[in-house]
Ligand binder design. Structure first.
Ligand SMILES: [Zn+2]
Length: 334
């Protein structure tokens, strides 16, 4: 085993954004054609993952958001089922993630992507908390009742900006998330939403799957002003393995783990090691040469070692920082 491989094997590695098969995907307990299943995570030494109950953006009507809520609950049930065997455990706190890792089990962290599933009914946030949800991404592509997205959806009637960032309901929703210890995820949101959420949330916000706009001018990436705001709020950006975010316009096959670490390097230099982490967006469009599946996660560590990161820094990037933010949210919960 190389030094990098040994370091990888003893590090708690956490991928903060992984989509699940839906509606009828392969069994997560068996090796499949997908980027992520539990055997691939085990082989690749990937110790923890935020598994996403994702709902597409649709009309901002009560009927549509109620359907989104039902879908999110069904997806959360599927995520909880991943903890049924001996390979993995569902973990709903930073302590539980670390305990699972110590016990040799993969930590499955339930999350929700797109507050369309909340709609205008903030009581749904407590239902999510009861299902162990640790972050809610405020938007997907397209504005919802809570906030404006980075990418408006003209076909849904979206103007460039609907609320000018957070709506009044969005601010109330963040207060409720704070009260329940759920992290606020600002990936996918408009810059105005992100800046307002970073200032308004009582616990640090996360960008669960985004990259640096200074290196790749994609609307889903965070510019320097946003990175600075994230640092000032104590939050973390989880640099993600999405080819178009890493090198917009480059042929997908040419985007590599080196590009991922170049974005990590940039964010570390800009806002400090404590505010940067790693995500794949696997099975949601993520995957780059060298990190095509959870089984190849060791290549990320090898590249970090090659770029001069020491073991402490690698542990912080691979999950330590994200768990710090999770703990901050937990401490705030009533
Ligand atoms: Zn996404």
């Amino acid at each position: 085993m190389t030094d990098a491989a040994a370091l990888h094997a003893r590090t708690l590695t956490l991928d903060s954004h992984i989509d699940i098969p839906w509606p009828d995907g392969p069994d997560p307990f068996t090796d499949s054609t997908r980027c992520v299943d539990l055997p691939k995570m085990r082989r690749g030494g990937l110790g923890a993952g935020c598994f996403v109950a994702y709902v597409p953006q649709g009309p901002r009507t009560d009927a549509a958001t109620a359907a989104s809520f039902d879908r999110a609950l069904a997806m959360l049930q599927a995520i909880h089922a991943m903890g049924a065997g001996s390979l993995a455990r569902v973990t709903v706190s930073a302590d539980e993630v670390e305990a699972a890792h110590r016990a040799g089990a993969i930590a499955v962290i339930p999350v929700v992507e797109n507050a369309q599933a909340i709609g205008a009914d903030l009581s749904r946030i407590a239902v999510f908390a009861g299902r162990g949800v640790r972050y809610v991404t405020l938007t997907h592509n397209g504005h919802n009742a809570l906030a404006d997205a980075a990418i408006p959806r003209a076909e849904l009637g979206d103007p460039q900006a609907l609320h000018g960032g957070l709506s009044a309901l969005g601010r109330q929703a963040i207060r409720e998330m704070n009260r329940l210890g759920i992290m606020v995820d600002v990936s996918h949101t408009a810059k105005a939403t992100m800046m307002q959420a970073a200032a308004w949330s009582r616990s640090p916000v996360v960008a669960s799957h985004s990259c640096a706009r200074a290196l790749s001018d994609h609307p889903r990436n965070l510019d320097d002003e946003q990175l600075d705001a994230l640092r000032d709020a104590g939050g973390v950006i989880q640099i993600t393995a999405m080819p178009a975010f890493l090198r917009r316009g480059a042929p997908e096959a040419e985007v590599t783990v080196a590009d991922l670490v170049t974005h990590i390097d940039y964010a570390v230099r800009r806002i400090g090691l404590d505010h940067v982490g790693i995500s794949s967006d696997f099975d949601g469009g993520g995957g780059i040469t060298g990190w095509r599946s959870a089984a190849e996660s060791g290549n990320v560590t090898a590249e970090l070692v090659a770029r001069g990161y020491d073991e402490g820094a690698i542990a912080a990037l691979w999950g330590g920082n994200f768990l710090r933010v999770m703990r901050a949210a937990e401490r705030l919960a009533e």
